[in-house]
Ligand binder design. Structure first.
Ligand code: SF4
Length: 116
């Protein structure tokens, strides 16, 4: 059965089809082709979320995964982030969770937050 994808690599959002015979059509550039090849074998996503901050000038800090995570583990990672809080001050790039769930990816802060 053919599988349809919307490429998320750039805002153009090309509609790409992976055909049953192994051919892939509809991409405009190689990044789109590589995106679909990756989706077919190991779909991955970069995660952005927020984590609670104790004693900070803001109550939450935006965080992201330092690399892509397996798509089917993203909700597990969000649940892990939701369970915890970090102490201010926070600096961009601080590791909030090292090797989250043993997936080999760190969760890092993406904003500076001073202490109260
Ligand atoms: S195939 Fe290329 S041009 Fe089309 S959305 Fe993907 S990255 Fe953008």
């Amino acid at each position: 059965m053919d599988r349809e994808f919307t490429c998320i690599v750039c805002p153009k959002g090309c509609h790409i089809t992976a055909h049953e015979d192994g051919t892939i059509t509809g991409y405009t550039c190689l990044r789109g082709l590589n995106y679909v090849k990756q989706e077919l074998v190991d779909p991955r996503r970069t995660l952005t979320s927020t984590v609670k901050v104790d004693n900070g000038q803001l109550r939450v800090c935006p965080v992201k995964s330092q690399d892509t995570l397996p798509k089917d583990r993203v909700f597990d990672v969000v649940a892990e982030i939701d369970k915890m809080s970090i102490k201010a001050p926070v600096h961009i790039g601080d590791v909030v969770i090292e090797n989250v769930l043993g997936l080999g990816v760190n969760i890092i802060a993406t904003k500076n937050i001073g202490a109260k």
